[in-house]
Design a protein around this ligand. Structure first.
Ligand SMILES: [Zn+2]
Length: 391
């Protein structure tokens, strides 16, 4: 058997009830106070239950919350960068006491029972400044925090029903499933790639540089909640499908979806993305420019520098840092600022704004920038959107 990277904290958590226990919980859940989950909280619940967020066994209590916000560590000293919280409004908080069990439900469907060990108020502005490095309401992650209820409740969860996904079903693999996949394929060094965007040539190049020194690549696009102006997950999945089938080695590439919601927390989210991918069985994780960033809130390489704030070995997964990459006409190939000595005039670089404008007009970006097959998927999407058809 191929030795695999241990999950964060040493054990792959599972909080999914099965068989008899599952039926008991489902029955009990009907008698308990219901706590409605936002789409992010429902994503978090599923990731806790499947072990993607190991060593977390539930939503954070007071001490875990404070220590993660202040020090990026859990009580006990394990590294963890993002608060994973469950917010309730004043009225609901008034009807819940520590020691209660509550039913967690999403879109009206009961999913889990949580034992409430903590109920507390937080300093939202402090959380924003520490976690998001800004208290600006225009930041989409900060806006979400400000819009949440005043109280947080925390405690261990037991999941008895999965959120009712209807999309990407064959691509939804839990950590134990990706781990089994890597074992079957005999991959020892597995590099994970997080994305919430279509993959252009620059990211293809970065992935393939990493694959040159790894056994396998996990393309792991985020399909939880994103900003309204991000490209919808279904369109992105079609881009990945056509790209992978034409240009990636089948026996060394896996495509699966990552159920998390975006927080746009930049550096801290890069740490989170890496730790979670370790739980999925990745040994290496790609961190490019402005990973998980938004607007101008983070420096280009802040999401790489933050890895230095942890002791060697604390994270367990090895980050692979990449600079901006592009096709260089003088190099006659893909290159980056690390490898190409030529001036910008030789580089095929287009801004996101420019690319969107071209696609909207039905114009394919240069093939050195975007593969023809990917451009066609995006142009079709833009035309449909332009015609007012829901995408
Ligand atoms: Zn060059």
């Amino acid at each position: 058997m191929t030795a695999q990277i241990p999950p964060h904290g040493g054990t792959l958590v599972t909080r999914i009830a099965r068989g008899h226990e599952r039926e008991e919980l489902a029955t009990k859940a009907r008698t308990l106070t219901c706590v409605p989950l936002s789409s992010r909280e429902a994503s978090d619940l599923e990731m806790i239950a499947t072990g993607a967020m190991s060593p977390l066994t539930g939503f954070m209590g007071h001490d875990a919350y404070e220590q993660v916000v202040d020090t990026m560590h859990l009580p006990g000293g394990i590294a963890w960068s993002l608060p994973v919280t469950l917010a309730v409004d004043e009225a609901l908080a008034g009807s819940i006491s520590v020691g209660d069990e509550v039913t967690l439900e999403a879109d009206g469907a009961p999913l889990a029972v949580m034992e409430v060990t903590d109920k507390f108020k937080r300093d939202k502005r402090k959380e924003a400044l520490e976690v998001y490095r800004t208290d600006a309401e225009a930041h989409p992650g900060v806006a979400k925090v400000y819009a949440q209820g005043e109280w947080l409740i925390g405690g261990p969860v037991r999941l008895f029903a999965r959120p009712g996904h209807t999309d990407f079903l064959e691509f939804r693999l839990d950590p134990e499933e990706t781990r089994a996949l890597f074992r079957d394929k005999g991959w020892r060094r597995v590099v994970g790639f997080q994305t919430r965007n279509p993959i252009h040539r620059a990211h293809e190049y970065i992935q393939k540089c990493a694959l040159e020194v790894a056994d396998g690549l996990l393309v792991h696009p985020l399909v939880g909640e994103t900003k309204a102006d991000d490209i919808p997950a279904a369109v992105r999945m079609e881009c990945y499908r056509v790209l992978l089938s034409g240009y990636y080695p089948k026996d060394r590439t896996a495509l699966s979806v990552f159920p998390a919601a975006m927080r746009y927390a930049g550096p801290r989210e890069a740490i989170f993305h890496a730790l979670v991918r370790k739980n999925y069985g990745c040994t290496h994780f790609i961190v490019g420019r402005d990973h998980a960033g938004v607007g101008d809130y983070y420096g280009t390489f802040d999401a790489q520098y933050i890895f230095d704030e942890f002791e060697p070995g604390e994270l367990g997964i090895t980050p692979l840092f990449f600079d901006h990459s592009f096709f260089c006409r003088a190099c006659e190939g893909m290159a980056s600022y690390k490898t190409c000595p030529h001036d910008a005039e030789h580089h095929v670089i287009l801004s996101g704004t420019k690319v969107r404008a071209m696609l909207r007009d039905g114009i394919e970006p240069p093939h050195e920038f975007t593969r023809h097959e990917v451009a066609q998927v995006l142009i079709t999407h833009m035309l449909r959107k332009g015609a007012g058809t829901p995408s």
